[in-house]
Each structure stands twice: as C-alpha cells, then as structure tokens.
Write a protein that binds this ligand. Structure first.
Ligand SMILES: Nc1ncnc2c1ncn2[C@@H]1O[C@H](COP(=O)(O)OP(=O)(O)OP(=O)(O)O)[C@@H](O)[C@H]1O
Ligand SMILES: [Mg+2]
Length: 487
C-alpha cells in the first residue's frame, strides 16, 4: 500500500508485534481500497496515539507536516476526536456525523483487536456525505438541522418587539407630536434618546421605533441597566468566554450586543450606567467592535441604539456623572414622552384601553368608568403616569361591586387628599377616608415602604442607584421593590 506517513520514532512505545499487526491491517488490499474511498482514514494505538493516516486526511486537516502527527495523541490533531472513547471502551461508534467547515462527513470508528481479543487500537473512517448509500442518514441529519433552525427562529420571534406606533394609545397633541417625531427618527437609523418620567411609555416607544425602522425583522433586545448588578453588567453587554470569571457558565455567555446584532439594542435606565462602563460602551459605539470578557477575539457589531432615561441626562453631564461624549453619541435624536398630567385629553381613551386589557387578563367581564370615576381620575397628578393609572384601575377592578366603576371606587385607592373635587359628595369622601384609616398591616407596611422609596427618589432626583444607597439596600433589591410595590 502507499503509505503517506510512516511511523515516527514516537510510535515505538508499542510492543513490536502489536505495531506489526496494526500495519498489517493498514496493508490489507481490501482495506487499502476502502481507505482510498474515504476522505480520511486513521489508525490509533491503544493509547489513542496516531499510528497511521491515509493521504487525503492531512490535506483535509490542513496539516503541513503529517509525519509530526504520528505518535501524538489524536486530540492534538483533532481536538474533538472520539477515538479515545473507542479504544478505552472497546465499543465502536458506528455512524456519526461530523461537520468540517461547511461540509458534513459520515464517520465510522471501530476498535481493533488482537488474537486474544484485546483492544490494541482503533480505526476511524470519514466518508464524504454525498456517498449515495448514506443519503437517508444525511438527509435525516439535515432535517434535524432545519428543525433546530426553526426553533431558533421561534426564539428570535420571542425577542421581537410587540408594540408599534399605532398601538401607542393617545391622540392628544403631545402624543401625536412625539409619535410623528418617532416615525421620522425610526427611518434614519440614528441613535435615539427617549426621556420622560417614570411610567410614561418609554419602553413602548422604543419598541415602536424598532418596528417602524428598517431593522423591524431583526431582534429587539432590551437591557435594563438599573436592574443588573454592576459586577455583571459588562458580561451582560459583551458576553463572556467560557470560564471567563468564577461562576461563569462553562459554555460562556452571549452578550446582548451579540443577541441584538443587526437589530436594535434598547438601553433602559441609561442614566444608571456606571462610569467605567460608559467608557467601554462609547468605544463600542465608535468602533463597532468589542471583546467578550476573558476573550481576546474582536467581535464586530451592528446595532441601532435606543436609550431611555427618566433623569435629566444633560444635568447628569453637567454634574460630571455622565460622560458628555457618550451623551452626544446617544442623543442624536431626543424624544420626550409627555407626562400623563400634560395629556389629560388621552385619559378616557387610555382608561378604556387599559380596562379592556385588564379585564381580559383578569378573566372578568368588561368594566367601564362612570363619569364621576373619570372625573376623580382627572383630579389626580399621576406622578407614576400610565403605569400608575394601570395599577389604580387594576386595584379598583378588584374591589368594585358593579361593572361600572364609580367615583368612590377610585377615591378609595387614590385617597381623599388627591381628590379635592369641590363637589365631591361628602358621604363618599367619608367612606373613602374610613377605608384609608384602617388597613391590613401588610398593606400599611407596603404603603410605608412605598413612601420611603418615593421620598428617596425625590431626594436623589430620580437616580435609582443613589436612592438605593440612601435607603441602605442594594440596587437590585431596590429594583425588585419598585416592581413588587408597583411604584
Ligand atoms: N400610550 C400607551 N398606551 C397604552 N399603554 C401604555 C401607553 N404608554 C404606556 N403604557 C403602559 O404603561 C406601562 C408603562 O410603560 P413603559 O414601561 O413603557 O414606561 P417607562 O416610561 O419605560 O417606565 P419606567 O421609566 O418606569 O421604566 C406599561 O405597562 C405600558 O404597557
Ligand atoms: Mg422603562
């Protein structure tokens, strides 16, 4: 047989007769013919060290010096080789599929035994996938591949933004104006900064911008910077190589820049971005390149950035807490979501929409508002904006006795202080006051927590990180409280 590589000196750890036996196998003419059909044929010894390969194999592997591979552990040449498993277990792996670049190969791995039936080595054969007899297997493999791709695309579907500009409820002048600015900005692909008080619908607008942009069929990925512990933010953004840090996934972790590639990355609560990370983010935005944690491979990225904040970022810049250069990068277009109290024209429409959605979610019959209830809602200042409105309506629904919510149902929740409607019937006001005076302890504690958090937020100008430290709790548990207390 034509032997492409002869055993080097390192192969001589074998007993001479075992080595001779292996070469005998390699020299059998039937075997030779078969090996020539294969894209790769390989024999290893009992320690899974390479003894022999056919001519094509080193070419396939791009080995410049095939002779140097002889005597080496098979993994040195083929890191994922399973030959060691075959020689150690003595069991063949009859049919397997291995991807090599863009091609798939069918692989057969057999143990080789001596006369005493002891395993002395193994043989691996790699067949090109277009061999006719293998077509059913390969086609099944490709079908599984397609199914996998399908599942992945369903996953991507879940990553899609739900809201469009049309689904943002509101026809007040302020609302129409911001929608038309958003529509124009969406098409340009420029970075957008959305400002607005808490609960005004900033995230909704971000999704709508994505859906109105050319990237609509690509992923929309959101990162809430305030909700991620500071130590994890970097890997959250850029991903981590396997084992990059203690506790990191063995498989590594995909960063949001990677997940959002081609689409939109929504940076929520951008004002909470720690300074060190601001510098890194700026670099990525300028250069379009970054490295995952613990990796030195440069990855390129193509994402559209939409950022949101409920703080006055320009003030944060003036006071040195936010980098000016990053601010200008993010703020190519600024959109401001109007607070609810400045778009009271939208109140009836918003209530109708929210009540419908809530009743459906809670499995209740449709409810509506009496004129008095609407008026009671109109009197409130709505510091928590639409989210607060949603919560108030939800609580009113849970307590209501009839399908039409009354002024009293609303006042019970908003409290008498905010319902200074001059012509409010006194009986209802008393009823509301009584309902406020006696509360279950858990509700009273929640109310006290709510108040403390609101005070802290006010004292820190809405800066959640500082409010958390003022209250002596972590940023993450602060964020949890915001959501459980529905602030
Ligand atoms: N125009 C709207 N129509 C219907 N629902 C709305 C509208 N705007 C906001 N909402 C609802 O109000 C809630 C708050 O919206 P969103 O989360 O987008 O606000 P936000 O400005 O991001 O708040 P925060 O600053 O607290 O993160 C959501 O449940 C959203 O569905
Ligand atoms: Mg938000």
């Amino acid at each position: 047989m034509r032997q492409s590589t002869s055993p080097g000196p390192r192969a001589h750890h074998l007993l001479p007769d075992e080595l001779a036996h292996l070469h005998e196998v390699a020299n059998r003419s039937l075997f030779t013919q078969f090996a020539e059909l294969c894209e790769g044929a390989l024999i290893v010894d009992r320690q899974a060290r390479v003894v022999w390969m056919n001519e094509k194999y080193p070419l396939r592997l791009g080995l410049r010096d095939p002779a140097a591979a002889i005597g080496q552990p098979v993994e040195a040449m083929l890191p994922n080789s399973q030959m060691r498993e075959v020689v150690e277990s003595g069991r063949p792996i009859m049919l397997d599929i291995m991807d090599f670049g863009s091609e798939s190969f069918v692989v057969l791995r057999l143990p080789l035994r001596n006369e005493q039936d002891e395993v002395i080595g193994g043989i691996g054969l790699m067949l090109l996938d277009d061999a006719k007899g293998l077509a059913p297997l390969v086609s099944r493999y490709h079908q599984l591949h397609r199914e996998l791709a399908d599942t992945r695309s369903k996953l991507a579907e879940a990553r899609r933004a739900k809201y469009t500009l049309a689904s943002i409820v509101g026809h007040s002048h302020a609302c129409l104006e911001v929608k038309s600015q958003a529509r124009r900005a969406a098409r340009t692909g420029a970075a957008v900064l959305i400002q607005g008080e808490t609960g005004t619908g900033k995230e909704l607008l971000a999704q709508a911008i994505h859906n109105a942009s050319l990237r609509a069929d690509k992923p929309f990925v959101a990162v809430n910077i305030a909700a991620v512990p500071e130590s994890l933010l970097e890997s959250e953004f850029f991903g981590a190589a396997p084992g990059a840090y203690t506790g990191a996934d063995r498989k590594g972790r995909e960063g949001k820049f990677r997940l959002a590639d081609g689409g939109t990355l929504f940076l929520d609560e951008i004002g909470d971005m720690p300074t060190a990370l601001q510098a890194k983010l700026l670099r990525v935005l300028q250069e379009g390149e970054y490295e995952a944690l613990g990796s030195d491979r440069l990855l390129s990225t193509d994402v559209r950035i939409v950022a949101a904040t409920s703080r006055d970022l320009s003030k944060e810049v003036q006071e040195g807490r936010f980098r000016a250069d990053l601010y200008y990068r993010l703020n190519v277009v600024t959109l401001t979501m109007p607070p609810l109290r400045e778009r009271m024209d939208d109140l009836p429409l918003l209530c109708e929409y929210l009540l419908d959605a809530l009743c459906q979610r809670m499995g209740m019959v449709a409810h509506e508002l009496s004129a008095g209830a609407l008026e009671a809602l109109r009197q409130h200042r709505w510091p928590g904006n639409i989210r607060e409105l949603q919560n108030v309506l939800e609580r009113a629904l849970m307590m209501a006795d009839t399908d039409v919510l009354q002024a009293g149902d609303i006042r019970r929740i908003l409290g008498p202080s905010t319902t200074a409607a001059p012509d409010a019937p006194t009986e209802e006001a008393e009823e509301a006051a009584a309902a406020v005076a006696v509360k279950p302890l858990s509700a009273a504690i929640a109310e006290a927590e709510r108040q403390a958090i609101r005070d802290a937020l006010r004292a820190c100008d809405g800066n959640k990180a500082r409010a958390a430290s003022l209250l002596g709790i972590s940023r993450t548990s602060f964020y949890e409280k915001l959501s459980t207390l529905q602030i």
